[in-house]
Write a protein that binds this ligand. Structure first.
Ligand code: EPZ
Length: 419
């Protein structure tokens, strides 16, 4: 099984290009099912999760493939979709597969999608996705681990989400596009990935308004078409590279990302003492002095993203003083803590809150990646540690970071993959 070996080698310096956003790309690929035509997505990251979504779309009868070798383009032809089922094996591999539920029931009036179940970071129920579809008139049945949704043509409705949910908002929004009449979704998620999906749905012929606020208004249309769209830069990959620059007290510019979608992350990096320069497509971070401690509370957008918690915590283990990190989005997203402790970090956990006392140095150690962002946190720590760190189970990293070793090597890191 692959492992990544990192040798702490001082400050990262230089420039790195950010890939397209994984979480946007996955939602947009599901949305392509709504169009009676061909959708071309550009700037799609080369990731295992994208391959898993392509496989699922093909299983449903869509044409779905990379446009050519070493291209970041994906072509999805949804004209001849005949399948209605997302099987357990595909959904188990990747939770975002559940995003085909809304488009399938919206366009074809029926779908059978495996329930995703819990995962390493929490229970992750899908009750809000189902509540929304039911509000639109779908009949939902839970059958042997599958969600079956039926509704010849959905009808617009008003509903309010009980919790802010990104994929839940996306799923219900997609289902509502082809419903009859107007749908109003209150307490909708405001994440940039919801906004980008709304933009693409508009281009496909849907009528979606209010994206970026917590109230979406969707007027149903009778049909939608395929579209061409370039996926935005990944705000979490950008944040991860900047966290690595912070932890190693380096000087790094990340290109290909819009800083306005990562304000809360940038604010925390500044709190930690970093100097930032931004322009519309890049961010440069420099740190000369010590890392200053801070307080982080994860929250839905525009709050601090849970997907950046592990990486920033890794940097804070080397801060001058005590920081507090509260995880409010997922109930079990501190799996990196025991691994960081094995590297010499001083972290006290109490429920959803971690107190991180900065130490003078971290030591390389063998560690285990448990989920995508936890693995990224371990790599950040390893880059700033003394000696070698071996990160095992790196398939988690490959789900969400394209060529991470190459990008970090370009910044001066000593990092290699071993088979
Ligand atoms: C998306 O997951 C992302 N995944 C996650 O990224 C990200 O961590 C998360 O949003 C939060 O920003 C994709 O976009 C593919 P949620 P999602 O529904 O939509 C609860 C990564 O590392 N909830 O916004 O599944 C839920 O349990 C991943 O790239 C319900 O109670 O997350 C959680 O506590 C991991 N009922 C909270 O809401 C529901 O029906 C927010 O989850 C749905 C969610």
């Amino acid at each position: 099984m692959d492992r990544i070996v990192v040798r702490g080698a001082g400050p990262l310096r230089g420039e790195a290009a950010v890939s397209g956003s994984k979480n946007s790309a996955l939602a947009l690929m599901a949305a392509a099912l709504l169009g009676d035509g061909e959708t071309i997505l550009e700037n799609v990251p080369w990731l295992r999760d994208v391959d898993a979504m392509l496989e699922l779309l093909r299983a449903l009868g869509a044409g779905a493939e990379w446009q050519g070798e070493r291209s970041h383009g994906v072509r999805i032809d949804a004209r001849n979709v005949h399948g209605r089922e997302a099987p357990y094996d595909l959904v188990r591999k990747m939770r975002a597969s559940f995003l085909v539920l809304g488009p399938l029931v919206g366009r074809f009036g029926e779908a059978r999608v495996s329930e995703p179940g819990g995962c390493a970071i929490g229970v992750r129920p899908v009750d809000q996705h189902l509540k929304g579809l039911e509000a639109l008139g779908a009949k939902i049945r839970l059958d042997h681990g599958y969600v079956e949704a039926r509704g010849a043509r959905l009808r617009g409705a008003r509903m309010a989400f009980d919790v802010s949910t990104v994929n839940g908002t996306q799923n219900v929004m997609m289902a509502a596009c082809l419903a009859e009449g107007e749908t109003v979704l209150e307490n909708a998620a405001r994440e940039p990935e919801v906004v980008e999906l709304a933009e693409v749905l508009l281009k496909m012929g849907a009528d979606v308004r209010g994206a970026g606020t917590d109230r979406l208004v969707i007027r149903g249309v009778r049909s939608m078409r395929g579209v061409r769209h370039a996926v935005s830069g990944d705000r979490i990959e950008a944040g991860t590279l900047l966290a690595a620059a912070l932890a190693t007290r380096g000087d790094v510019r990340v290109r290909g990302v819009d800083p306005s979608v990562m304000e809360s992350t940038l604010e925390k990096l500044r709190d930690c003492g970093a100097e930032l320069e931004t322009d519309p497509t890049s961010v440069r971070l420099r740190l000369d002095g010590p890392i200053r401690p801070t307080r982080i509370v994860t929250a839905p957008f525009p709050g601090f993203p849970t997907d950046m918690q592990a990486q920033l915590m890794a940097a804070l283990t080397l801060a001058e003083g005590a920081s507090v990190v509260e995880e409010r989005v997922f109930e079990n997203r501190f799996m990196h803590v025991p691994e960081l402790q094995r590297m010499g970090a001083d972290i006290a956990l109490a429920g959803r809150s971690a107190t991180v006392h900065g130490v003078r140095r971290l030591m390389g150690a063998p560690v285990m990646a448990t989920d995508l962002r936890a693995s990224a946190g371990l790599i950040v720590a390893a880059l700033a540690a003394e000696g070698d760190t071996v990160v095992n189970r790196v398939y988690h990293i490959d789900r969400g970071y394209e060529r991470i070793e190459e990008k970090l090597r370009g910044l001066g890191a000593e990092i290699r993959r071993e088979g």
